[in-house]
Design a protein around this ligand. Structure first.
Ligand code: AKB
Length: 338
């Protein structure tokens, strides 16, 4: 008999860590992680096994398929936006071919179990492409069907994988005699920038906010690579994990779409810095704009409309900007660095 498991790719990443913490805390003793690097003790202690491997390795995925019954997949492995711009072909391979491999595994599992496999896919505000700063500031909260013209390889990857998930959930092999509709239960959230007190992001363009507060907490100088008026949506890591829990627990019949926006707060980089200075008055930060990274941020929306997530699966951010600092970032970062 194959053991029933929950599979998390990119388990050593920022959201992967948060998911392991949350799912284990809820009693999941059957977590299996996959990552290219060795898991740290935190992850090892909370998972059944951590496989060091590549989601592009079909032999590895075949071994998982043979050895386990996969109840659900949290597919977090990806190259983020800045890193993807330096290696667009590798990013396509990891972000798209890797996702296709995971969707194939989900379909194989669902067919052999005769039961749907839930599949969580982290999409991103990077799927949006605002054509100008004027339109960015006048657009208001962007809905899921607006401005889907990504200007980065990462955004292109995420938008296409949303469609792949829709295909696997609703149209897979539609010319074959067997009906596979619903066997893969694909659910996706377009995440804004995410700020964790415990980990630092790697290779994202929204990294400036977490990098700023971690540098301040360590008493280090930081050169912010976007301008002080750069504005995009953010949320805390606990809220990102909370959103994943909510959408994955929602009854399928409640979901009117497969991809959802979520929002919490959208400060400018300058507003974020002034919040940091409220707690770290000696913060030593300059704005040294990297024009090409700035141009990516300029193409992302200032704000998103999350009405559908609220109505379909009860989403409501726990942390606005003030609470993000007072209730989460400052207490947790202080215990980490002081
Ligand atoms: C990135 O900056 O690439 C990510 C994202 C906003 O999806 N953090």
């Amino acid at each position: 008999m194959r053991k029933s498991i929950v599979l998390i790719t990119g388990v050593n990443g920022e959201i992967g860590h948060g998911l392991v913490r949350s799912l284990h805390k809820k009693g999941h003793e059957n977590l299996i992680g996959i990552d290219l690097s060795t898991a740290d003790d935190f992850v090892k202690e909370r998972t059944l096994d951590c496989l060091i491997g590549d989601i592009l390795d079909r032999n590895l995925l075949e071994r998982i398929n043979a050895q386990y019954e996969v109840e659900s997949i949290y597919h977090m492995a990806a190259l983020l936006s800045t890193r993807a711009e330096f290696s667009p072909v590798v990013a396509h391979e990891v972000n798209v071919d890797g996702t296709l491999n995971m969707l194939h595994l989900a379909m194989e599992q669902a067919k052999s179990r005769g039961k749907a496999v839930k599949f969580f896919f982290p999409s991103s505000i990077a799927v949006y492409g605002l054509p100008s700063l004027g339109e960015k500031s006048s657009a208001g909260p962007v809905k899921e069907d607006d401005y889907r013209h990504p200007q980065t390889m990462y955004g292109c990857n995420k938008l296409y994988c949303e469609s792949l998930g829709d295909y696997y959930s609703h149209y897979f092999k539609r010319l074959s005699a067997n009906d596979s509709k619903g066997l893969v239960d694909f659910r996706s959230i377009r995440f804004p920038g995410i700020i964790s007190a415990h980990t630092l992001p790697a290779g994202g363009t929204s990294d400036y906010a977490p990098e700023m507060i971690h540098a301040a907490a360590k008493g280090e100088h930081y050169d912010c690579f976007v301008s002080s008026d750069a504005r995009i949506p953010f949320m805390t890591m606990p809220d990102a994990i909370y959103a994943i829990e909510l959408i994955m627990a929602a009854p399928q019949q409640n979901l009117s779409q497969i991809v959802y926006n979520v929002k919490a707060f959208n400060p400018s980089a300058g507003e974020f810095l002034s919040k940091v200075k409220d707690y770290y008055p000696k913060t030593d930060i300059d704005f040294i704009v990297n024009d090409s990274r700035q141009s990516i941020i300029d193409s992302w929306p200032e704000d998103v409309d999350d009405a559908k997530a609220r109505s379909d699966w009860g989403w409501q951010a726990t942390h606005d900007l003030d609470k993000a600092f007072s209730d989460y970032l400052i207490p947790e970062i202080r215990s980490r660095y002081e």
